[in-house]
Write a protein that binds this ligand. Structure first.
Ligand code: ADP
Length: 203
């Protein structure tokens, strides 16, 4: 099962990804996490990406696509994977379709988490407060100003993926405003058609 999570920053993709990983036993491939790891390790890609990420802009399509293409070759991706934060532009979506086609694979479903924009800034501010309360370091791009930039980038460059996948008949929208468990249940209801029959019968 190859899944994509689509939604603005703060929509709850990371939270719901954890649920999917446990329930469906497929890895979560977060390009944001992979890029942050590259930055921390000061690899050539990381050095190039750092300033771009800190400003809330997108890293180049070629770099991100290359990272994903390499990652999905790994054994743990053989039965499927969940893409979180990729594709983020129409060019990336086309690159993904092309790389999967080469391997005779395809995206099964795109889950769009729909959230009111007004709720997103509030979620960000509580995420920052929680991170600080835990004594962890706050992400450089997690401040109100850069967040606004990330939202604008989402609207301009990523939201066009909604009609892109709608046309392919793969888009499944979920109301992301409810409680975490309610959102998970809505996702499960969609994914039931991708589960083997026996698992469906046994819940
Ligand atoms: P968010 O929490 O906003 O969803 P992520 O953790 O997914 O953010 O990504 C953080 C940053 O990493 C992005 O703002 C961008 O600079 C970079 N990034 C992550 N994924 C991609 C991608 N697919 N294409 C380009 N840049 C990306």
């Amino acid at each position: 099962m190859i899944l994509i999570f689509l939604g603005p920053p703060g929509a709850g993709k990371g939270t719901q990804a954890a649920h999917i990983v446990t329930r469906y036993q497929i890895p979560q491939l977060s390009t944001g996490d992979m890029l942050r790891a590259a930055v921390a390790a000061q690899t050539p890609v990381g050095k190039q990406a750092k300033a771009v990420m800190d400003a809330g802009n997108l890293v180049s399509d070629d770099i991100v696509a290359a990272i994903v293409e390499e990652r999905i070759e790994a054994d743990d991706c053989a039965t499927g994977f969940l893409l979180d934060g990729f594709p983020r532009t129409e060019a990336q979506a086309e690159m993904l379709d092309a790389m999967l086609e080469k391997k005779e694979r395809a995206v099964d479903a795109v889950i769009e988490l729909r959230v009111d924009e007004s709720a997103l800034t509030e979620r960000l501010l509580s995420r920052i407060a929680e991170t600080k309360a835990r004594g962890d370091e706050v992400r450089k791009d997690d401040n109100e100003e850069t967040f606004k930039k990330r939202l604008a980038v989402y609207r301009d460059q990523t939201a066009p993926l909604i009609p892109y996948y709608e046309k392919q008949g793969k888009l499944k929208a979920v109301d992301g405003m409810g409680a975490v468990e309610a959102v998970s249940a809505a996702i499960d209801a969609i994914l039931v058609e991708f589960m083997p029959f026996e698992e469906r019968e046994n819940g």
